[in-house]
Write a protein that binds this ligand. Structure first.
Ligand code: MF3
Ligand code: CO
Length: 250
């Protein structure tokens, strides 16, 4: 069952989502060669707590940190560490979930560290575009897989692949609600979308093949072929007037 949120619930998700955006913007402001992923985690935690939120990921299914920070060939669920220093030319995906008054906002963005290669820039741009192509389909009357298909079509048209092993999800009082939102598949399948549904849409796009492997830490997923991966995510509220992005950046 896909939960339809009330206006009050949407407002709470919007509040949590604004904290997510604040943390992401602060990280963007300080991201530079030499910083560690553990320091990024500390900065985000300070903002989350001072804004009255709690980090949703911490302890979720045993996840040991507040953020996922995934560098270069890492796809998702990179565990922040004070030992992991970022270098000029890296691309780094920052994924943040915040709970506030019992409701969750979830978003991710991939950012350049200093000056990055043309190839890395293009991968980030296309992945964000794929997210927006999916969001564009998040309208009442469309079917769930219309989102999935739009994402896949955009990424593959650019010569990339979409990760199969991880998918987007409904979000609300819990981080992962029904439905799963794959980033691939034929159009016109699955449940019909309705106003009041809230989805975390999150394409992970690889330069090479879509296969991933999990590192020995039990969490970090990286591309099997070692090539780059990018990840963008928004929490989206479906309204009668179309998609409303709750985690929108200014
Ligand atoms: N945005 C990711 C997701 O929705 C991050 C989850 S990390 C976890 O799956 F630790 F909370 F699992
Ligand atoms: Co998510």
């Amino acid at each position: 069952m896909i939960i339809i949120k009330s206006r009050d619930e949407i407002q709470k998700m919007a509040r949590a989502s604004r904290i997510v955006v604040k943390a992401l913007q602060a990280i963007r402001g300080i991201l530079s060669p030499g910083i560690t992923t553990g320091e990024i985690e500390k900065i985000a935690e300070e903002i989350i707590y001072s804004e009255g939120g709690t980090p949703t990921f911490k302890g979720y299914r045993g996840y040991p940190a507040s953020l996922c920070v995934s560098v270069n060939e890492e796809v998702v669920h990179g565990i922040p560490s004070l030992e992991r220093r970022l270098n000029q030319g890296d691309i780094v995906s920052i994924d943040i979930g915040v709970t506030c008054q019992g409701y969750i906002g979830d978003a991710a963005v991939t950012l350049p560290v200093g000056k990055v290669s043309e190839e890395a820039s293009r991968l980030m741009r296309v992945t964000e575009e794929a997210l927006y192509a999916g969001i564009e389909m998040a309208r009442p009357g469309n079917r769930l897989s219309d989102i999935s298909h739009a994402i896949q079509a955009h990424a593959e048209a650019a010569g990339y692949s979409v990760v199969r092993a991880f998918v987007g999800h409904g979000v609300g009082k819990t981080l992962h609600e029904e439905p799963q939102v794959p980033n691939f598949g034929p159009p016109g399948k699955g449940p019909r979308l309705k106003a009041g549904m809230t989805l975390a849409i999150e394409p992970m796009v690889n330069e090479g093949s879509y296969h991933v492997v999990i590192l020995d830490d039990g969490w970090t997923a990286r591309t099997r072929d070692g090539r780059l991966s990018a990840h963008f995510e928004h929490t989206v509220h479906i309204t009668d007037n179309g998609p409303e992005i709750l985690t929108k950046w200014s």
